[in-house]
Design a binder for this molecule. Structure first.
Ligand SMILES: *[C@@H]1O[C@H](CO)[C@@H](O)[C@H](O)[C@H]1NC(C)=O
Ligand SMILES: *[C@@H]1O[C@H](CO)[C@@H](O)[C@H](O)[C@H]1NC(C)=O
Ligand SMILES: *[C@@H]1O[C@H](CO)[C@@H](O)[C@H](O)[C@H]1NC(C)=O
Ligand SMILES: *[C@@H]1O[C@H](CO)[C@@H](O)[C@H](O)[C@H]1NC(C)=O
Ligand SMILES: *[C@@H]1O[C@H](CO)[C@@H](O)[C@H](O)[C@H]1NC(C)=O
Ligand SMILES: *[C@@H]1O[C@H](CO)[C@@H](O)[C@H](O)[C@H]1NC(C)=O
Length: 332
């Protein structure tokens, strides 16, 4: 039993040097393929073998749903294709065709081909493809894309103003989520900087290039391919931005900043003023209380007064004269 297990393993180790087969390049390994729900998709795997000696013995296909383990779902042996998923059919010589893709078909598909090699008894080769199934195309408010220029935004990092170009207005980004691709006047293709309330935004920092800025559903977004060929959403939208627009937008932004700065200063000033007034008021009412108290208790005022010791002795007999204004003599 042991020898039978070891022998194929040894052969497997030495085989790669002797391999003559090759995959035809129609579907790269680790490729990403997308389909729309109810649509058809094919994995056109195919292998070229050398001479009579190298022969495909059997083929196995595995499926791995996201976060799950591998499940074998089809095999090809002796010219027979067997599968427990009846929407899959065989495309020679190692490929598959899936009719009516569904959301639960999304995941990884492996093909494992076992070969009879000229020098070895057995070798195997595998490839993988990741399938995405889009079930909802993106949609906009009026079935078209529009590019608009909005208020410039200050970049907290560069401390500079950036132009904000919006593309929308989406009511649904589709599933999986679509994105847009931007083309700048120089022809550079860029991704959106961020997404805001149904629009995708391209932030352009100074110096801003004048010219046409266009946006289009990203070709890499699977859901974008589920739109009808005639949909206006397939078309790119553009906005011509001239230097005047740029200067105006940046000027407006600075003006808004100044106004808000001014407002902040005003607010601060009033806050401080109010605080000082409150303080003064409380000090005043403190004084008033004291005054009231002494008006009603005049003797307390006398007690409170500090006399030099000699002075107290000298005038101890005529206390009343002390509280009379100067120039008025007490008549006892
Ligand atoms: C999918 O494939 C089937 C069988 O080949 C065909 O009848 C059908 O029209 C195809 N559907 C689409 C959307 O291409
Ligand atoms: C699934 O099978 C493939 C092919 O044998 C293998 O490369 C992969 O690691 C397996 N994945 C898991 C999660 O077992
Ligand atoms: C745009 O985003 C895609 C995927 O999110 C990424 O693969 C691509 O490299 C990005 N392109 C640029 C120009 O940054
Ligand atoms: C989002 O856009 C809608 C439609 O233009 C608008 O009515 C709404 O006020 C916006 N919301 C925010 C938070 O900007
Ligand atoms: C911008 O696009 C408009 C409309 O397509 C076109 O007429 C114009 O020549 C373009 N401008 C530049 C600078 O490419
Ligand atoms: C009021 O102002 C005085 C003098 O500026 C200060 O010493 C005191 O702490 C203030 N009191 C309050 C309640 O702010």
């Amino acid at each position: 039993m042991k020898c039978c297990l070891v022998l194929p393993l040894l052969l497997f180790v030495f085989c790669p040097v002797l391999q003559a087969y090759r995959w035809s390049s129609t579907l790269e390994d680790n490729a990403h393929v997308s389909a729309c729900v109810d649509g058809n998709v094919s994995f056109p795997w195919s292998m070229v073998t050398e001479g009579k000696e190298e022969k495909i013995l059997d083929i196995d296909w595995l499926f791995q749903a996201p976060g799950k383990g591998n499940v074998s779902f089809a095999t090809y042996v002796d010219g027979n294709f067997l599968t427990n998923k009846d929407r899959f059919t065989f495309i020679p010589n190692a490929g598959l065709f899936l009719q009516g893709a569904q959301s639960h078909d999304a995941g990884r598909y492996y093909v494992i081909v076992s070969l009879h090699d000229p020098k070895c008894r057995l070798t195997s080769a595998q490839r993988m493809v990741t399938l995405t199934v889009a079930d909802r195309p993106p949609a906009t408010q009026d079935d078209a894309l529009h590019v608009t220029l909005r208020d410039a935004v200050r970049d907290d990092v560069t401390k500079d103003w950036t132009l904000q170009i919006h593309c929308g207005l989406f009511v649904d980004f589709g599933h999986p989520r679509s994105d847009v691709a931007w083309t700048t006047p120089s022809g550079e293709v860029r991704n959106s900087s961020y997404q805001d309330n149904g629009t995708f935004v391209l932030s352009v920092s100074s110096p801003v290039q004048g010219g046409n800025y266009s946006c289009q559903l990203a070709p890499s977004a699977p859901a974008a391919h589920c739109l009808p060929a005639t949909s206006p959403l397939n078309a790119a939208a553009q906005l011509y931005v001239d230097d005047m627009d740029v200067r105006l937008s940046l000027l407006e932004a600075r003006q808004r900043e100044l106004i808000s700065l001014h407002q902040d200063l005003k607010d601060d000033f009033f806050k401080q003023l109010t605080a000082e007034l409150t303080n003064l008021t409380s000090q005043m009412s403190g004084l008033n209380e004291k005054m009231d108290y002494f008006l009603h208790n005049p003797k307390e005022l006398i007690k409170k007064r500090e006399y030099p010791k000699t002075c107290i002795k000298a005038s101890a007999h005529s206390v009343t004269s002390e509280i009379l204004p100067r120039g008025v003599t007490a008549s006892i």
